[in-house]
Design a protein around this ligand. Sequence first.
Ligand SMILES: *[C@@H]1O[C@H](CO)[C@@H](O)[C@H](O)[C@H]1NC(C)=O
Ligand SMILES: *[C@@H]1O[C@H](CO)[C@@H](O)[C@H](O)[C@H]1NC(C)=O
Length: 472
Amino acid sequence: MSPGDISGRPGWSFVKRAFSRKRRYRRFVRPSTLIAVFLIFFFISASQWILPIYPPLPDFDEPTSCHEADGYILEDKGICMNTCGDLCFPRVHGICFHHSEVVLCDGQLPFPQHVLDASGGLPSEMRFDMEKPRMKVPVVYKVCPGWNASTLIASDTNSARWIRGLQMVADLSFMPIGNVGPNPHHEAEKVIPAIIFSQLTEFQDSQLFWFADPIDPLMISKWTLGLLNVFSEDLKVKYVQPVAKGEEPLCFEDAILFSGITNSGYIPNTQTHDWLRNRILKHCDIPVMTANRPIQNVVMVHRTNSSRNLKNFDDVKSFLEEELQTPVKMAIPGPWPFCDQVKLVAEADVVLTPHGSHNVNLLAVRPGATIFELFPLLYYVDWYKHYLHAGRVNFYEVFGTWPMEKSSMPFQMRVFTLFYGWKKCFSAKHCMNYGKKQGIYLDLEHFSSQLQTSISKCHITALRSSCIKKID
Ligand SMILES: *[C@@H]1O[C@H](CO)[C@@H](O)[C@H](O)[C@H]1NC(C)=O
Ligand SMILES: *[C@@H]1O[C@H](CO)[C@@H](O)[C@H](O)[C@H]1NC(C)=O
């Protein structure tokens, strides 16, 4: 009944009567009781329905394929590539960092759609360590002090600090705080492209300006600081303080931004990957060589005290030792000195590792080595496949499961399994966050078939394998 109908009735008495009748009715059966009874029945039947769910198998669409690119080309609006899908690092002509906003200065030509659509892309907000540890600051278009929008050159002014020429600028976006600690993966997607760009002639006089504090061990990982140290002759990093309240803005005439989340396909080709790897190995005094044939070093990375640890680690280890007839070493990732982290995997011929940001270290794995990346049930992201696409390694993704026979699957996992499955879980934030926090059970039968594939393709050369003869 619409309000119009009520107004047609004689006065408000009808409404009052309706309310009082409702009150009398409530004395007999409260609607809340009815609802509760209904909900109990609903949940009992729903749980009966969810209970027999088996862990689902992945059902993804065709994966993005990666290919070799010539290298990076500096364009007017960014540096874009298409090694594993579209990826761009935007280039802005005139940008001012204020305390409460990031201003893209007037005169900026509109960004072409492919830059806006690409992973990386132009951020709508950036993050700085200010009143709050990762304070969000919006990116807006406005007038900048001293900026000449037609010449794209700034003149000296007391109301801004201008930095001239082409530079690189990074913020703290996607760099977590708290007990999840620094995230070398999200640092690497800012820092590794910057290292590679530093090799282009246009960047000869450029530095990386990073709104970060290298002294804070919870902000930048030891791995990334170590990596920057390896390339310190190539890339100069200037750590900058966020702009304080009331302070004049820090402005750049011409800047490449590292702020967005990338698809991790930022190493353009084999030559670049080899260059990065060899520089690291040389720095850490590790021999540069290809994987041993037959294999000698098998490493299982164990995230002992963390999410995504391998729950049936010992079973998998004995299985691998039996299958490969080689002892398996355990490697524990952690905030160790850079070269100690690199050594965990750099001498391995086979690496088994759960998904996680410690896998940036796989950059140093030997050509010809085989890597198995393990995922917990429902959680999958193709970042490391993209990251290593030019690494000349054999890369396998192994999807975890949940044992039905032991403890039953947690209720929440059943619900997510039913409503999202592998395919949709990543795009539903609560499911994605749940999935990535779980342990990993490896189904040995499933893993065995992947191991057999890698052996039959001569990716893994076991002792007495016919592959040795074929190659030699
Ligand atoms: C920008 O520079 C051009 C060329 O030097 C000059 O003619 C123009 O007046 C300048 N505009 C402003 C707003 O200063
Ligand atoms: C595991 O992590 C917890 C919490 O961060 C910590 O208190 C504990 O010492 C860690 N244990 C090991 C063996 O590292």
